[in-house]
Design a protein around this ligand. Structure first.
Ligand code: FAD
Length: 468
């Protein structure tokens, strides 16, 4: 006899486990199937362990610059094994936390590799392989939250020795001396920043004309300068045509802007060219679940074209972010439970890069807003005009706001500099509440804080900035 549930969730990343908790809160009998570790990529191999590593490199950077704060820190060094161990412990702590949350919320955790074998009016069915054993589950609704994995280069597979994916890059057993990072999205830039701050000689290759290509052009340009100043070599409009590992390194065949092809040898390379959704071999084809370039197609509530099958998170497409996955999970579950949730608004999902300096944004870039035909008011305020930034020794960066000149709607906000990944939420709330420039201007910001720059940027858009 199969165990029967109101809802079974396949995959326990930030999409799946958050959906499970919300389902339990709403009184649904819920099970979650996981083949690896509770918490998915985010907790175990993504968001959290990378931030633990980046915290180390940030502190290391400050220690090396201790003198500028009037401090003495002689013989500054590090123990790589201990750095990795700390990051793994942080991931482990959160994995244990999710285990606890599943228990507290009476969510049944089924370990194993799941396949969806039935759906629709006759009811959903899943088979879960646990070694030699197979467990059968039945559910009125199934949410697919199987996430994604690193995309390989067509001509080179990660071997974990010289060529790394993010998984290898997160648990290095040796420090790269000369590192090639392939791809300049958030993941590539974060690893480049970490390894550069830890002393590696880092090069980033990017096919597109600028790094962090989804960000506002001014942010990309600022990051280009900042990272170059830190010693990172940035090769944009540059293609990688080959990657050959050897015992001592990895030789890259690089095609430059001008078409010239050259070879350079690195100690290690990290492939950070995007992800592939985990949609194969989980029963979707047989059930006729529609996909688009591998990603499951859903409506604003997470419904697929097959009755009773839902999908959330990375498996449904961009932006590939943990908070997007969790939010989609909550919407889907509330809909399943008969509620009236709002539909997912992808225009209001913040994106953050936790490099040094940090990058954060929400909404339209200036170029996209222009393309959409808006008449704009654009404000920009530099960190150098902010007392707290100067006191922190972090006077590098800016806050940019883009308004619809006709209505005062905040169309987008783009920030680069210290702690902007914490600041961005102020603008996300403002956008969610459909706040206009007038209300933002009337808001009192605490002094001295970095957030005052958010106020100043709005004032600047209307020619009223005080401190610059
Ligand atoms: C290095 C790195 C850094 C990142 N940093 C950030 C960040 O700072 N902020 C941010 O928002 N996002 C970040 N991300 C992205 C974030 O990790 C993902 O967007 C997020 O994890 C997606 O959540 P998800 O629930 O869709 O899937 P996942 O977290 O991928 O979870 C899917 C789960 O499903 C399981 N699974 C798959 N198939 C099966 C099956 N057949 N049976 C059973 N279980 C299965 C997998 O084992 C996995 O545990 C980062 C990613 C990486 C790689």
């Amino acid at each position: 006899m199969a165990d029967t549930y109101d809802l079974v969730i396949l995959g326990s990343g930030p999409g799946g486990y958050v959906a499970a908790i919300r389902a339990s809160q709403l009184g649904l009998k819920v099970a979650i199937v996981e083949r690896e570790r509770l918490g998915g990529i985010c907790l175990n191999w993504g968001c959290i362990p990378t931030k633990a590593l980046l915290r180390t490199s940030e502190i290391y950077h400050y220690m090396q610059n201790a003198e500028s704060y009037g401090l003495k820190a002689d013989n500054v060094g590090f123990d790589l094994a201990k750095i990795v161990d700390r990051s793994r412990k942080v991931a482990g702590q959160l994995n244990a936390g999710v285990k606890g949350l599943m228990k507290k919320n009476k969510v049944t955790v089924v370990e194993g590799v799941g396949t969806v074998t039935g759906a629709g009016k006759t009811g959903g069915k899943l088979s879960v392989k646990q070694g030699d054993k197979t467990v059968e589950l039945e559910a009125k609704n199934i949410i697919v939250a199987t996430g994604a994995r690193a995309r390989d280069l067509p001509f080179a597979k990660a071997d974990g020795k010289r060529i790394w994916t993010y998984r290898h890059a997160m648990v290095p057993t040796e420090m790269p001396t000369k590192l090639l990072v392939i791809g300049s999205g958030a993941i590539g830039v974060e690893f480049a920043s970490f390894y550069n701050d830890m002393g590696a000689d880092v090069t980033i290759v990017e096919m597109l004309p600028r790094i962090l290509p989804v960000e506002d052009e001014e942010v990309s340009a600022f990051m280009d300068k900042a990272l170059t100043k830190q010693g990172i070599k940035l090769l944009t409009q540059t293609g990688l045509e080959g990657l050959a590992p050897s015992a001592n390194g990895v030789t890259a065949k690089i095609k430059a802007k001008d078409g010239k092809v050259s070879e350079e040898t690195f100690s290690h390379a990290i492939i950070a060219i995007g992800i592939v959704p985990n949609t194969e071999n989980i029963g979707l084809e047989a059930l006729g679940v529609e996909t688009d370039r591998g990603h499951i197609k859903t409506d604003g509530y997470g419904r697929t074209n097959v009755d009773g099958i839902w999908a959330i998170g990375d498996v449904t497409g961009a932006p590939w972010l943990a908070h997007k996955a969790s939010h989609e999970g909550i919407i889907a579950v509330e809909k399943i439970a008969g509620g009236s949730p709002h539909q997912m608004d992808k225009a209001n999902i913040p994106g953050c890069t936790y490099s040094r300096p940090q990058v954060a944004s929400v909404g339209m870039t200036e170029a996209k807003a222009k393309e959409a035909g808006y008449e704009l008011k654009v404000g920009k305020f530099p960190f150098i005009g902010n007392g707290k930034a100067i006191a922190l020794g972090e006077a590098e960066g800016f806050v940019k706001t883009v308004f619809d000149a006709k209505t005062g709607e905040l169309l987008g906000a783009h920030m680069v500099g210290a702690e902007v990944t914490e600041l961005i939420q102020g603008y996300v709330v403002a956008r969610q509440l459909e706040t206009t420039e007038a209300e933002l201007m009337e808001t009192v910001f605490a002094h001295p804080t970095l957030s005052e720059m958010m106020h100043e940027s709005v004032l600047a858009a209307y020619g009223r900035a005080i401190h610059y």
